[in-house]
Ligand binder design. Structure first.
Ligand code: CTP
Ligand code: CA
Length: 225
């Protein structure tokens, strides 16, 4: 019954999701990255396609197969992901930022493999662009959803990011708890909108994705009317 209902929720809507980690090159053989598996973003892409959406999945490097009926755009760095996101502005009505974007990248990527010539070394880093904030502040702004992965003061930081990045919704999840963290199969979240908050108890990422897509669809349609 829920499946039948969900199959109509996003008919005709173009939805873009960012997923997975990014990699920031240090030299030709090394990079800075994080533990994101991409599972939550891929589960959302699959659930959105099931709900009738046309889905673009802008994905950093993961080991996951592309879900059925989803168009995947492969990227490596945060800069690539930023460019790919800006390229779909004006075409998509809903944007979900699920990627764990590296906050900084090396100022320079060395042309050759760096040799261990010294006892210590430094790598200068520069801040990456904030992709979801750029989307939410774009002239052709879609309904924009972010994620907040925190190890402390979850709701405080989530509310702050919702406001600061000009988002319509943020999905807060506690990554200090390893059973629902970056690489886990389960997740438990609190969904924060300017109008209120709603908790969703721990469950598999696929099942959670179906619930989140239903909530996002509902809020998106309300924002259009
Ligand atoms: N995000 C993004 N581009 C970035 C950094 C983050 O689009 N360069 C998005 C993430 O995909 C997520 C949201 O912003 O939807 C929050 O990411 P998070 O890392 O929790 O927030 P930051 O703003 O990077 O703040 P901090 O890491 O300091 O907590
Ligand atoms: Ca960050």
């Amino acid at each position: 019954c829920a499946g039948l209902f969900n199959s109509r929720l996003l008919d005709g809507v173009h939805l873009t999701i960012t997923a997975g980690p990014t990699r920031e090159a240090i030299d030709p053989v090394r990079y800075i990255s994080n533990h994101s598996s991409g599972k939550m973003g891929y589960a959302l892409a699959s659930a959105a396609a099931d709900a009738g959406a046309r889905v673009s999945l802008i994905s950093g490097p993961t080991n996951l197969p592309c879900p059925d009926r989803v168009q995947r755009i492969d990227v490596v760095s945060a800069t690539d992901m930023h460019n790919a996101a800006l390229a779909v502005m004006g075409q998509c009505q809903v944007f979900i930022a699920c990627a764990a974007v590296a906050d900084y990248r090396p100022v320079n990527c060395a042309d050759q493999k760096i040799k261990k010539d010294n006892e210590s070394m430094r790598i200068d880093l520069v801040r990456n662009p904030d992709i979801v904030a750029a989307v939410a502040n774009h002239a052709q702004r879609p309904f924009t959803v972010g994620f907040a992965a925190e190890t402390q003061d979850l709701l405080h930081y989530a509310r702050d990011k919702l406001q600061r990045k000009n988002l319509d919704m943020i999905v807060a999840n506690d990554v200090a708890n390893t059973s629902i963290g970056f690489n886990a199969n389960d997740n438990a979240v609190t969904v924060v909108t300017p109008g209120g908050e709603q908790s969703i108890a721990q469950m598999g990422k696929n099942q959670l994705a179906v619930q989140l897509i239903a909530l996002i669809a509902q809020e998106f349609h309300c924002s259009q009317s």
